[in-house]
Design a protein around this ligand. Sequence first.
Ligand code: IMP
Ligand code: MG
Length: 190
Amino acid sequence: MPPRWRKEVERVLITEDQIARRIRVLAREIERDFRGREMVVVSLLNGTVMFLADLIRHLSLPLRLDFMGVSSYGAGTESGDLVFTKELRLDVRGRDVLLVDDILDTGTTMSRVLPKIRVLKPRRIKICVLLDKPSRRIENAKADYIGFEIPDYFVVGYGLDFAERYRNLPFVGVLHPHIYKQACKQVCKK
Ligand code: IMP
Ligand code: MG
């Protein structure tokens, strides 16, 4: 763990190297399933930035890329109300869609995003997430491609944030609980 982060990030959960290796395997699985068909990759902002960039550079398939903006967290670690901050621009009708998110947690985000894409009548939608926390699920949602299944820790890095911070860490780390407890106190005081 770089000394700069030691006070805030308890430990590294998944290293840069483990992520890189896993992404190569995921990309091969996706290539096999899509069999050269052109896909529309729909990526949910902002948490997917790093994962998306690394994943698509390993996909040797024709693809088009678009983004949906979905925002759920304020300064806390629980999903609040979802706000759509950017809508899809590409036409996905009759297309194969690969929906990419950073983490599947309660499943709330997926269960709100999927119907929005389904009404656009794609041929099929496959879901790819870097992380899966199945123990937290409250909605019936599951991914077709999963980088890593993790226990119920609040994690940051490699695109994942806490209150918009830590996205730039090159690894996935467990946030020190004192960081979010402290933030909660500040929010609750207001
Ligand atoms: P869900 O709607 O509860 O499934 O949560 C999905 C979204 O919550 C993800 O796209 C993340 O932005 C965020 N999220 C869930 N768990 C974590 C975590 O451990 N660290 C950072 N963000 C998380
Ligand atoms: Mg997110």
